[in-house]
Design a protein around this ligand. Structure first.
Ligand code: ZN
Length: 58
């Protein structure tokens, strides 16, 4: 779990599981009104072999 806090006033906005956020999220702080734009904290490294055969296929 990690905490997301307002960038301006540090108010706790939400708690989420490590992989719960998979895309950009905008959260408006209810205290100061700052729009916090979030990106996923865990970014998967690109596979060097993106066209490798799927072991479960065929
Ligand atoms: Zn705030």
């Amino acid at each position: 779990m990690f905490e997301i806090r307002c960038a301006s006033c540090r108010r706790l906005l939400l708690k989420a599981a490590d992989r719960a956020i998979v895309g950009p999220v905008d959260i408006k702080c209810p205290r100061c009104g700052t729009m916090n734009s979030l990106r996923p904290l865990v970014i998967e490294p690109k596979e060097p072999f993106s066209d490798r055969p799927d072991p479960s296929g065929q």
